[in-house]
Write a protein that binds this ligand. Structure first.
Ligand code: ZN
Ligand code: ZN
Length: 330
């Protein structure tokens, strides 16, 4: 990290992009540092590793800032690559950490003392045909995340009905579910700027996964497609995403992603030529050479697509023994 100045880019008079390293194939997550007369805002500081701590030491040094110049930390959503370092950065800066109420609920569910999320996810995947050996590896993998999101910050909740200050400007929080329930984007109408989290990414498509949290979102693909249909109508001039670089052509990108999911749904329905379980469909769809990390996302994504098809009346779920099979309804 040190010596590589390219990991910080000034994108506007008041916005710096900091590429924070990730221990995954995604390579980096974007944090944004927003300048303000009363202090600086950090959006999505990254995951917690020794590398990301070093990244922030170096980033602040290059921007000629002290930790105490950071006034607030804002999280678009609860995923570890965005949330994980916020507790550490709060300790270093004394800054308030802001996120949505639904995001905070998922943090507690996934990494709170009961680890309810791991237990439920394991149960869900086994119910949908995952082999027990793979299921056990998944539980271990989930436990590996604890260190990457610790310590947890003290969180203040964002009221998404009110404008929210980032630096010296007011932004409208926009709830953007699908990729992560409770995800907030921040839109500044006067400049057409949008901090879009992981809702819309250039070049790569955000993962849409089913999470077994009761009462949260049982049809995330529907929520995602509805969200994209709405946000594609906003006059966005520049979008600041959670991964890859800031981009223009926001509406076109929304439509490409919608088309990508329509295509996947068409391909998935063809694969249900006889009753099949979700794990079988996942391996057919995404291939069998996935790492456990990739498999978790692939399985959650397959379940999200199947839930969408079920709600549409295209497939039905039938319990056979202890496993759910999908039948096509022609
Ligand atoms: Zn995410
Ligand atoms: Zn992300």
């Amino acid at each position: 990290m040190s010596g590589n100045r390219n990991f910080i880019e000034q994108r506007a008079e008041h916005i710096y992009q900091v590429k924070v390293p990730l221990p995954f194939p995604l390579r980096f997550v974007n944090a944004y540092v927003v300048k303000g007369l009363e202090g600086y805002t950090v959006i999505d500081p990254g995951i917690h590793t020794a590398d990301t701590e070093a990244c922030w030491h170096e980033a602040l040094r290059l921007m000629k800032l002290k930790y105490s110049d950071i006034q607030q930390i804002v999280l678009t959503h609860h995923h570890p690559d965005h949330y994980g370092l916020s507790g550490w950065l709060q300790q270093e800066t004394g800054a308030q950490v802001w996120m949505s109420e639904a995001g905070k609920r998922q943090v507690d569910y996934l990494w709170g003392s009961y680890r309810r999320g791991t237990v439920d996810l394991h149960h869900l995947f086994m119910l949908h045909g995952m082999e027990s050996q793979v299921g056990n590896a998944l539980v271990e993998h989930m436990e590996d995340f604890i260190g990457l999101v610790s310590p947890h910050p003290k969180v203040s909740l964002i009221n998404s009905n009110e404008l929210f200050m980032l630096g010296d400007h007011k932004y409208q929080p926009i709830h953007a579910p699908g990729h992560a329930y409770g995800q907030l984007m921040f839109y500044r109408e006067s400049s057409g700027e949008l901090f879009c989290g992981d809702q819309v990414l250039p070049q790569i498509t955000p993962n849409i996964g089913l999470l077994p949290l009761p009462g949260m979102d049982d049809n995330p693909l529907q929520s995602f497609l509805d969200s994209l249909a709405f946000i594609s109508t906003l006059p966005i001039k520049i979008a600041y995403p959670g991964h890859r670089d800031p981009f223009v052509g926001f509406a076109e990108r929304c439509h490409e992603i919608i088309a990508h999911h329509r295509d996947r749904l068409d391909r998935l329905i063809v694969m249900i030529d006889e009753p099949r379980n979700a794990y079988e469909l996942c391996l057919r769809f995404f291939g069998s050479k996935l790492s456990i990390h990739q498999l978790r996302f692939a399985m959650a994504e397959t379940l999200a697509h199947l839930a969408y098809l079920r709600e549409l009346g295209k497939v039905t779920e039938v319990l056979s023994g202890n496993i759910v099979n999908y039948h096509r309804l022609d």
